[in-house]
Design a protein around this ligand. Structure first.
Ligand code: SF4
Length: 362
């Protein structure tokens, strides 16, 4: 147990001294508590590792906006489809985005109509592909949070240094503090995303305590998740706002200053649209003036698309914890992982796919 965690307190020690945080969690008999898993990977790991089975009725887990594919608005898919079909670009993307429905077409649909859509595993793969194929106009789809944005910067910087002029990025990068603000009234405490905090540090979480917002940073193993939840409910019962870092083997208070410096040198904050939440001021990151030539929309003279949400899809409410996936009339009927209607069913981090794969009772 992370008994020496920075920010840890009596509750963490209490959980550790029980020798088994499972008993702390199972035995919770305090007031009803709503815990928002901000991170989509947490949502899936909590299901996959059977942690939900331990929860007493008073502990409610709700899914939040931490799946990067899920919060990427429909208009972004429309922009990627236009780049592919109208501008003839080769799209390099993480696999999850390919089947996310756009207003009319997904990238999979575009590929069926002749578009070049390649699945890559990193922005660097996209840059390397562009370098090896100078005859193609290559666009990397850059979605994600603080965790993945530095990789995009490295790919763009590499392209700039090597004079790779046929590489650009379509950015929908987001930062978490705005989402915490938008979601703070939707839950009693946050299960903060471990990977994001590893880059961003914990200052934002600590500052939110002064505003009455509580939370714990969690890792991803069963033990780390159970310990973080046990600490969270124990501290919640004490009543005062709190923050505890329950993932100290990875998350340092200062995060990764080098990664943040890199991003700050190449990108600037911008307003960003989150699916279901709307526009959150300064919650996005776009390439700054020095690197604007690598922005795919600028390069091809395209405007941002508004996009139209799939009819009947409640992804927006799911992402705000206002609706469980099973509360959507399409769940498991018209919408399945094989035939997804919304992004939350497509993504490997999406709440709807987690509920479908593992079942709410798991
Ligand atoms: Fe959207 Fe499908 Fe989830 Fe319903 S079940 S909210 S349609 S992704």
């Amino acid at each position: 147990a992370p008994g020496a965690a920075p920010g840890s307190g009596a509750a963490l020690d209490a959980a550790a001294s029980h020798a088994d945080a499972v008993e702390v969690l199972k035995g919770y008999d305090g007031p009803h508590v709503r815990i928002m898993e901000v991170c989509g990977t947490h949502t899936h790991e909590i299901f996959r590792q059977g942690v939900r089975r331990l929860l007493p009725p008073a502990v409610e887990l709700i899914s939040g906006p931490g799946c990067p594919v899920c919060v990427t608005p429909v208009g972004y898919i429309d922009e990627a489809v236009r780049l592919a079909l109208e501008c003839g670009c080769t799209i390099c993307t993480f696999g999850d985005l390919v089947r996310v429905p756009g207003s009319r077409l997904s990238l999979a649909d575009a590929r069926a109509r002749g578009a070049h859509v390649r699945v890559v595993y990193s922005p660097q793969d996209g840059e390397a592909y562009a370098e090896a194929h100078p005859e193609e106009d290559v666009v990397f789809l850059s979605v994600g949070f603080e965790t993945t944005t530095p990789s995009t910067c490295i790919a763009v910087r590499t392209a700039a240094e090597r004079g790779v002029r046929n590489f650009s990025v379509l950015t929908a990068n987001k930062t978490m503090p705005g989402a915490y603000e938008a979601m703070r009234d939707s839950c009693d405490l946050f299960l903060y995303p471990g990977h994001v905090c590893a880059i961003a540090g914990t200052k934002v979480c600590e500052d939110l305590v002064a505003e009455g917002v509580s939370g714990v940073v969690a890792g991803f193993t069963a033990r780390e998740l159970v310990c973080a939840l046990a600490v969270g409910v124990t501290k919640f019962r004490e009543g005062a706002p709190f923050f505890v870092n329950c993932y100290p083997r990875v998350v340092r208070p200062e995060g990764s200053p080098a990664a943040r410096r890199l991003v700050a040198s190449m990108m600037e904050p911008c307003d960003a649209r989150w699916r279901g939440i709307g526009v959150i001021p300064d919650s996005g990151m776009r390439l700054n003036e020095a690197y604007r030539g690598f922005d795919a929309l600028e390069r091809h003279g395209l405007a941002h698309e508004e996009g139209v949400e799939p009819r009947g899809c409640r992804c927006g409410e799911v992402l705000q914890g206002r609706c469980t996936p099973e509360g959507c009339a399409l769940f498991g009927r018209a919408c399945t992982p094989e035939h997804p209607v919304g992004a939350c069913m497509v993504s490997s981090e999406g709440a709807c796919s987690a509920f479908y794969l593992y079942g709410a009772a798991t």
